[in-house]
Design a binder for this molecule. Sequence first.
Ligand code: NIG
Ligand code: FE
Length: 385
Amino acid sequence: MNHPTSILITNIGELVTHDPELGTFAGAALVVDGGTVAWIGPTAQAPAADEAFDAEGRAVIPGFVDSHSHLVFAGDRAGEFQARMAGESYGAGGIRTTVAATRAAPDDELAAGVARHVAEMRRQGTTTVEIKSGYGLTVDDEARSLRIARGFTDETTFLGAHVVPPEYADDPAGYVELVTGPMLAAAAPYARWIDVFCETGAFEVDQARAILRAGEAAGLGGRLHANQLGPGPGVQLAAELGLVAVDHCTHLTDDDVHALRDAGTVATLLPGVEFSTRQPYPDARRLIDAGVTVALASDCNPGSCFTSSLPFCIALAVREMGMTPAEAVWAATAGGARALGRTDVGVLTPGNRADLVLLDAPSHVHLAYRPGVPLVARTWTASSA
Ligand code: NIG
Ligand code: FE
């Protein structure tokens, strides 16, 4: 896309850059040129640009980087949510309900659903999103899920190992062979990442290791769902394989925490899941104090958590998980970027993508202080600037 004009944004009441040199400062200005951040400094010293925008004292933060979502699906599971709120517990098996609906849906219906949810995310300040497959679970349905997701983002993840589908109920080993063989071959052209749901009722740690190794051999980066429903070996596997991120991390031992720190693996916390499954929240404070890098993501999916809102996740992380507002905003932007191995987003610094959010508020603190309030006044992205 062409970017013929430069834009000067002045009178930023609080600019959150996440650049260690620039930090967070008042009275800031920022120039966007050609879809990238061209200049940051005090409003009084701002250079001229083709267009001007007055932020009128409001805050600007990097666009949210949502590193974990499952947007390619049909149907919903509102009934399952209602039952949970009445006392039922969440189990991995509900995934199969969405698999049946997704297999039966035509491509255009699936694509329209992704478009709707990506637009919903954008209205709430998300400018980078990762999208997983995982509700197809056949060679063709996984490949088409990823092909559809690719129409919206380059951050696509092959999750053929979400659960064992009903037709392989008696032959889980045969399903792992399918995932690591023909399904991986069909999915890899449309995927950057490979993921496994390593949990009781989904995949064992040895199956997860085999699937992640096969993905790596096919050129995909590994990531993992682990330690969501109870303690388990998944987090240690993520550290052993040096994965960029392991997601959920709700139930961790001290050894798990130390392994994450030593491996430099990002712990991606998904507090919307604990909210929507009525489970205890992960302890972000413990992870941060131990030196683990923490990201926050939505996990938007029709089963365990149907929110697309990172502001909501930030509010939960501050209220329930011991994070400061600044840590939570960092985790939902720069942290999400780390979890995707990206340095061009999540941090506002000259040369980075101009993905930024103007808040209808004087400070980032309001994202947690004013939960449920639509505070995103507008977004600029590298492709729309
Ligand atoms: O991240 N944990 C596995 N997958 C999703 C849930 C999917 C579903 O319940 O449909 C998650 O929570
Ligand atoms: Fe998930």
